[in-house]
Ligand binder design. Sequence first.
Ligand SMILES: [Zn+2]
Ligand SMILES: [Zn+2]
Ligand SMILES: [Zn+2]
Length: 212
Amino acid sequence: MPVMYPYIQWQELNRQQTRIISHEAKFHEIAPYLDTGLDPVSGQPVLIDLECGVCGHHLDVPRRVSPNDYPDAPLEPLCVLPCGHMMGTHCLDHWIRRADEAWQAPTCPLCRFKLRYTKCKCQMRFREFSPLLPREQQVPLTIPEGGRVDAYCGPCRDRRSETKLREWMDEHLPANAVHGSITRVQETRLQACIGGLARSARTWHRENAPRW
Ligand SMILES: [Zn+2]
Ligand SMILES: [Zn+2]
Ligand SMILES: [Zn+2]
């Protein structure tokens, strides 16, 4: 449903040649404007006015791209799925609970993208978009943007890395290494192990950008 603006506001928007995005369905179509409110190519202001495809509520976007303050209209938090589709968080939550109750695997209501990790089968955490945070701190690249979804969820990935680390330590450290009684060889292995831990901590920090 197109949004009606007061005539004065329309004039002002036209004067600034403001682009109003109101029908885009996928996140990558609005992502370039969220942090600045400007079109990076033309430099023109962009306003984003989206509605939840299920209930019609306005979706909450950062103030800098929001055309109105909607004093009376209810706002629904915007939620992004790995397939790039967006909708209201409450409606998606409701949709997923209904699928759960029917013992069905939850999918994107718009494209049927499966909202379960392929290997561990855990349910995907969906991303509620906070208008107060920059995009890169909260929404990973969506699939249309070249993003990928891991086969395991975050906690399962962590458990797997911990198991791998334990196996690595069992292999490289003697079980009877006691402080003060380790040999030169054992000490070298211990140092290597500490090095391995430091490397995995660095990798963890590097990869700690949001992931699906
Ligand atoms: Zn909704
Ligand atoms: Zn989808
Ligand atoms: Zn999992």
